[in-house]
Design a protein around this ligand. Structure first.
Ligand code: A3P
Ligand code: MG
Ligand code: MG
Length: 412
């Protein structure tokens, strides 16, 4: 409960004079009490249709239809002939969130009610995916990131910039990788219906332009956040709790029962890392055995899954496990709150509190650095594994990302 006390005690990593130009990402620095994270509240939603056009409504919402626990979903089906792929070279930046803001200004309380100052009542506007990257940064060893920040009318807008390495990866994707990216969307098609009374239609086209996005408001420590994230589907029961509690995140993963993975697992269980309690559970329950197999083998993948859903308050993940042929052969449901609990007892594992404290300190760092309120100034924050977060400042550059229509709308 004393997060604020600790926060003000001078131990914040970027207040360390030796690091005055950067922010450390070392895990030990963030092992404090869990910061305040208010229950996210959905303040709206929007949809992107098959041509990526914006609609200020929920027309692209889909409904979860629980599959057989041991289905036979061929994820390769339709890749060649029933797949319309979104152009991921087209950078949309924050545009769709900004469109939503413009269409819903009245819903967003103003700090001041005078006509001359109609600023948003939030500190940060960004995509959920950008926050996910921040949460996982203390544990990331491979991918670097670049985040552009602009302060405009008191609010800090955060928009990702593609790194050179990410661009190379995107442009040189192997055929196998390109196909595997399709598999996740195909799984969604097997498990989602377009309305409450219909069934999934695996004979249809998979079009990755289509999206339903939730917009949520919440607070992390003293940072008021407004962000949006794509939601895969919702519980089709009309009596289900209100959004975001009725939302379901869908994932696919390689099955964990190949001989090699099994032997890795057994080797791991011979180590002190295998806690005694878990060992007993492992012996006594088939269901728990499966869950622990999954938790052990997926532990770092699970970090990304947890972060993505925890942020907007999505309580459930449904995971489809596929064999090497790309056929989903088993389906498991994970509850986000249980993941945090399971992970707490893991030796040498990622910690939710480290993720959240790092994110909170990064946002404080951004507030401290990005002081000039000017839509054409970008503070570019940059991070590579095993380094500190650093920044550079750019005026009227290629990095500017707030569109003129948005600036005009917000200043009129
Ligand atoms: P999986 O989740 O089954 O991997 P999301 O899970 O966020 O709803 O994304 C849906 C699908 O988009 C993913 O399914 C995956 O197929 C694809 N995808 C999303 N982000 C990706 C990334 N960074 N690299 C490769 N594929 C990605
Ligand atoms: Mg999705
Ligand atoms: Mg998904």
């Amino acid at each position: 409960p004393n997060y604020h006390h600790q926060h003000q005690s001078g131990s914040t990593p970027w207040r360390n004079p030796l690091r005055s130009q950067g922010l450390s990402t070392r895990r030990e620095l963030y092992e404090r009490d869990f910061p305040v994270y208010k229950q996210p509240v959905e303040v709206g939603c929007f949809s992107l249709d098959s041509e990526r056009r914006f609609f200020n409504d929920s027309r692209q919402m889909r409904y979860y239809v629980e599959p057989d626990r041991n289905p036979n979903f061929d994820l390769k089906d339709g890749y060649k002939d029933r797949f319309v792929k979104r152009d991921d070279g087209e950078k949309e930046k924050l545009d769709n969130i900004l469109r939503w803001i413009v269409a819903n200004r009245s819903k967003l309380d103003s700090r001041e009610t005078t006509a001359s100052s109609r600023a948003l009542d939030v500190d940060f506007v960004t995509w959920r995916g950008h926050l996910t990257k921040l949460l996982t940064t203390p544990y990331e060893t491979r991918d670097s990131w670049l985040l552009a920040v602009t302060r405009f009318r008191g609010t800090l807008y955060i928009s990702e910039v593609e790194t050179e390495a990410a661009r190379r990866d995107r442009e040189n994707r192997t055929e196998r990788n390109a196909e595997m990216m399709y598999w996740g969307y195909k799984f969604e098609q097997y498990t989602c219906a377009d309305d409450i009374h219909s069934l999934p239609d695996p004979s249809g086209v998979v079009n990755t332009n289509e999206a339903f996005c939730t917009v949520v408001q919440t607070r992390l420590a003293d940072h008021r956040l407004l962000f949006s994230g794509e939601v895969d589907c919702r519980d089709k029961d009309p009596a289900a709790p209100a959004p975001p509690a009725c939302y379901v995140e869908l994932k696919t993963s390689a099955e964990i029962c190949t001989p090699k993975q099994r032997s890795n697992l057994h080797r791991w269980m011979m180590t002190p890392g295998m806690l005694f309690v878990e060992y007993l559970m492992y012996l006594h329950s088939d269901v728990l055995k499966l869950i622990f197999l999954i938790v052990l083998v997926l532990r770092f993948k699970l970090l990304k899954w947890w972060a993505q859903s925890f942020l907007p308050g999505v309580p459930r993940i449904v995971a489809g496990f596929r064999d090497h042929e790309g056929v989903v052969v088993s389906v498991e449901t994970f509850h986000i709150s249980k993941i945090s609990h399971l992970i707490k007892n893991e030796y040498n594992c990622w910690k939710p509190t480290v993720c959240m404290n790092f994110c909170s300190d990064f946002l404080s760092f951004v507030k401290h650095v990005a002081t000039e309120d000017n839509p054409s100034v970008v503070y570019l924050f940059s991070w590579e594994p095993h380094r500190d977060v650093t920044f550079s400042i750019h005026r009227d550059s290629q990095y500017s990302f707030l569109p003129h229509w948005f600036i005009q709308e917000m200043t009129s």
